[in-house]
Write a protein that binds this ligand. Structure first.
Ligand SMILES: C[S@@+](CC[C@H](N)C(=O)[O-])C[C@H]1O[C@@H](n2cnc3c(N)ncnc32)[C@H](O)[C@@H]1O
Length: 283
């Protein structure tokens, strides 16, 4: 009797596995993607199954568009549980409050955020050009001895949440939020100030690379560049992104060490997100 009830109210592990490929839990909200031909009934069954198996999940949202536009937002539809898009996510002892409908957030970058924090030297000044709700900046502030992390974002709602997160994580003496276009903010107030610059916006990294360079101190420093790259089976995405960066830096007549490239994750068939650590020397 009990078994029969299970088959009626839950989807099979096989079906759920397909959903799990594109399944994120942010705080107590699950975000799922379903095949475009999925019915409302199937969507409800998947939601119910997730809530049964993950007792901490209070809301299930369906993602119906890719992450898109300047603010890197996605369309979300409420499927089950509490009807809300705001949650608090915990990562490496830090708390991040976020409105998933109005700000970018991905739990898939957590290891990358921690990796960058481990590279930071004591007393560094860091500029995060695309800071969102402050994840990279706050992880760095809490897990390194950085002096300060100036954290820019063009989305006023993301900056509002960043301000809340700065209070939540008590890093108000280290993380300084700024609203605006990173290009303009650097041009007006941050030229020659940084030991390290973060560029966690793959779609704009190449265009904004000259501004990241202008933000570095005269003694040089590090740029953490993120890019998306398409690569067929016979191509190497790491070599492709390295080639682009070396070309861009050479055109600017900048002195640099060989960039260190790693694949952060695959973002689709033959698509990769890459992290490139660039040591700029200047002279
Ligand atoms: C991919 S998200 C990364 C956010 C954050 N670093 C994280 O990992 O959660 C990129 C962010 O860049 C912001 N953005 C887009 N264009 C920008 C610009 N020109 N200047 C500053 N921020 C920008 C978006 O609002 C978004 O929050």
């Amino acid at each position: 009797m009990r078994r029969r009830l299970r088959t009626i109210t839950e989807v099979s592990s096989g079906q759920l596995h397909k959903v799990y490929n594109s399944f994120d839990i942010v705080g107590d909200i699950a975000i799922i993607k379903l095949p475009s031909n999925a019915t409302e009934k199937e969507a409800q069954l998947v939601s119910k199954t997730i809530m049964n198996r993950h007792k901490n999940v209070k809301t299930v949202l369906l993602q119906t568009s890719p992450v898109m536009g300047e603010l890197r937002l996605r369309r979300l539809i409420h499927l089950a549980g509490e009807n809300r898009t705001i949650t608090v996510h915990k990562e490496f002892g830090c708390l991040f409050k976020v409105d998933l409908a109005k700000c970018y957030f991905s739990p898939r970058l957590s290891h990358e955020r921690k990796r960058i924090a481990t590279l930071v030297n004591p007393n560094e000044t860091i500029i995060n050009m695309f800071a969102g709700v402050g994840c990279f900046s706050i992880i760095i502030a809490r897990h390194s001895k950085a002096a300060k992390v100036v954290s820019i974002d063009v989305n006023p709602t993301a900056v509002q949440f960043m301000q809340e997160n700065i209070m939540l994580n008590r890093v108000y003496n280290k993380v300084f939020p700024v609203i605006g276009d990173a290009k303009e903010v650097i041009g007006i107030q941050l030229k020659g100030k940084a030991d390290r610059v973060l560029m966690p916006l793959p779609g704009k990294s190449l265009e904004y690379l000259p501004y990241a360079i202008s933000a570095l101190k005269a003694s040089g420093g590090w740029i953490h560049y993120y890019g998306f790259e398409h690569a067929t089976k016979i191509e190497n995405p790491m070599e492709k992104v390295k080639f682009k960066i070396i070309n861009a830096l050479s055109a600017l007549n900048i002195n640099f060490e060989e960039p260190i490239v790693r694949i952060v994750r695959s973002t689709g068939p033959n698509w990769f997100q890459l992290a490139v650590d660039i040591h700029i020397l200047f002279n």
